[in-house]
Design a protein around this ligand. Sequence first.
Ligand code: ISL
Ligand code: CA
Length: 542
Amino acid sequence: MKHAWYREGVVYQIYPRSFQDSNGDGIGDLNGIIKRIPYLKDLGISIVWMSPVYDSPNDDNGYDISNYQDILKDFGTLDEMFELIKKLHENGIKLVMDLVVNHSSDEHPWFQKSRKRVAPYEDFYYWKKKKRNWTSFFGGPAWTYDEERKEYYLHLFSKKQPDLNWNNPLVREEVKNIMRFWLDHGVDGFRCDVINLIAKADGLPNGKPTPILCGHEHYMNHPKIHPYLKELRDEVISKYDCFTVGETAFITPETALSYIDEDIRELDMVFQFEHMAADNYYVKWFMKKFRPMNLKKPLSKWQVGLMGRGWNSLYLENHDQPRSLSRFGSLENRYESATMLATMIYFQQGTPFIFQGQEIGMSNVSYDNLDDYQDIETKNIYKTGRKLGLSHQRMMKKIKMMSRDNARTPMQWDKSAFAGFTTHTPWLKVNPNYQEVNVENSLKKERSILKYYKEIIRLRKNHPIIVYGDYQDIDFKNQTLYAYSRSLGESKLIVLCNFSKGQCSIKQMEDLSKYECILHNYPAYDHMDKLLPYEARVYLKK
Ligand code: ISL
Ligand code: CA
């Protein structure tokens, strides 16, 4: 694969509301991020992706934007944003912003004018006299009646997130202007929110009746999307040294390649979600027991499926997903399982994405009380579940395991009150484990998850094989061991990960005497025939 900085770099995702408060109002902000740049630099990451900080009524924590060229007051000012870009760059860190353009906020002036039919905004959104049967990602109908316009409008997410009409060339011009505005101010790329949903079938027909996401066949990866993305690429992205990563749920490697193939490059990479179904039936509220094979199968499929043609993104967490340690690891083996998971994912081919707090082993908060959750998805799904007749207990069980707020609790910096995140009550309660699980502690300890992450990032910088090597499974059928190799020219790397609480034999493996162990998560590794609980090792051919 061609060399590129965004392939070699490591991305750190910041959820600004929960990263660092600088003025004691309990909400993270831009100055807080500036204050923590030394931490990011020390960690060794080279790119920050920041979840939205634009002006917003916060119905969906900033994913409902009312002004794309201004900053939400809670977070700071435009000048502070420019200062953040400058300071990051001075420290050799690039910045990727969230581009949320499938929908805007209903409080955006475009929508306000559209509902009044003010020219030229009449057709900025999808309006219909007759309601469609589509359902929203957050539960409930996706079409809502607007009293003012006396028509229904489409919202695939909350009713305060009306979908923009991409058929309208004026809408596309506005999107390009937004992109240029930020790129001209030095931003280095975009994470494109739900980008594979932006094109909708002509006439917006009713969907085939299904209990979940009714209507999806009319907008998921709809063929009309390709000219839209090409237009953005040709007129904007190609003119800058930047990259895009599309958030694309419900996608296969084949569909992904229709966006990211080296010869197409409508997007530079995508976030796929197949491995996020390792403990559920593709809809996270329908949970099933986690099995290592359920991670291994999709991850391996994506490695093989894109090889030589497209570039992967490597992630286990983001602001929408519960904590990986709670889902796929073990809280009793916190250090071993968190470092094993990091080894498993970040030695594959692709660009690593680390979600804030993952590097210190933050885990699910699982509040008992519904009132402690703030997330709109959590609140809506509770209502939907109860309407369908599920008990309070049953819904709380699902929410404790799957709520997005599990990822959104404040970053745990130290053991002082509110974990050093704020001096005041934070907007979302801190995870009670912060006395033990925090950055300060991780830096003091001789062995910590944080130090292990730093080591992975350092190794990646020194060994091109970790970035560009080809991927191959080893002993694929093994139910507890995830083993694979990477190869680049003459060099070869072997990654061994034990997903079980017990030991796991590696007798059948290659002759490892020709290899040097460059990373391992146990103090000693002289037991050459087996791996201990959640043990991980990385070998490089001498
Ligand atoms: O969060 C999810 C499941 O819990 C997903 O269905 C999620 O809604 C979907 O991946 C889209 O996510 C993105 O767009 C949403 C926003 O709420 C998410 O935070 C964002 O990542 C609407 O903008
Ligand atoms: Ca603040």
